[in-house]
Design a protein around this ligand. Structure first.
Ligand SMILES: CC(C)(COP(=O)(O)OP(=O)(O)OC[C@H]1O[C@@H](n2cnc3c(N)ncnc32)[C@H](O)[C@@H]1OP(=O)(O)O)[C@@H](O)C(=O)NCCC(=O)NCCS
Length: 208
């Protein structure tokens, strides 16, 4: 069970206050019962821990091929350079014990789909099954609705990625359907499951 607070340096109690501070790119905190986790922008100095934790075939197998494997120091350098330059971050590092051990991103869409974003995430294996990603997905979903005027956030885990399905269910996402034989990973054609949450779902949760 996680205790989550989406806040910037101390408790914030109003949505208006959250909007104004998060827009400045301040750190977003996720407090976990067992560990103090922090969601914050990527920054120079994260490269070594990023290389260590991202360099995993088990992580890569569940992500798009654009996530490198093996994950080299050069890959980490390029990622940190890109992500740390975002004026309003859509990619955040997950920090545990002062190390960046995972990442979570919103891919914003454009044109008529500019109200939608895809959420993607990974976590170093040492930290799996502690509730960390469920807390992070909840926090970043809220951040996305508030900061980018989104009406929908969705994810497309492979049908085989049961842990990610569980994360999304626990974070309030609904299973909407199956994109049959829509992806190929490591030479195997896979179905992808559509999970999504809308701004209306959030309103229902908050008045319930
Ligand atoms: C998926 C991932 C992000 C989960 O992170 P996490 O911090 O371990 O997730 P949480 O601890 O919040 O929740 C995991 C849930 O999945 C469950 N789970 C884990 N492995 C499972 C499996 N093989 N089958 C069924 N459930 C499983 C856990 O028991 C937990 O559910 P519970 O709280 O009901 O017990 C992590 O495993 C990861 O980085 N995987 C590789 C990258 C990836 O898959 N990214 C998502 C792409 S869509």
């Amino acid at each position: 069970m996680c205790v989550i607070s989406l806040c910037t340096r101390g408790a914030l109690h109003t949505t208006a206050r959250r909007r104004s501070t998060a827009a400045l790119g301040d750190d977003v905190h996720v407090r976990h019962k067992l560990h103090n986790c922090l969601l914050r922008p990527w920054r120079a100095g994260d490269e070594a821990s990023l290389t260590t934790h991202a360099n995993s075939r088990d992580i890569w197998l569940n992500l798009r091929d654009q996530f490198p494997h093996p994950y080299t120091p050069e890959d980490a350098e390029a990622w940190v350079k890109f992500a740390s330059s975002q004026a309003q971050p859509t990619s955040l590092a997950i920090e545990v014990d002062s190390e960046a051990v995972g990442g979570i991103s919103l891919k914003l869409h454009d044109d008529v789909e500019r109200v939608s974003a895809e959420i993607g995430y990974w976590l170093g294996q040492r930290f799996w099954s502690r509730g960390i990603m469920t807390a992070a997905v909840r926090a970043v979903t809220e951040y996305g609705f508030e900061q980018f005027s989104l009406t929908r956030v969705y994810a497309l885990p492979f049908v085989t990625n049961v842990a990610s399905h569980r994360v999304l269910e626990k974070a309030g996402y609904a299973r909407e359907g199956l994109l049959r034989r829509s992806a190929i990973k490591d030479g195997i054609v896979l179905d992808q499951v559509v999970f999504a949450i809308t701004d209306h779902d959030l309103v229902r949760v908050s008045v319930a």
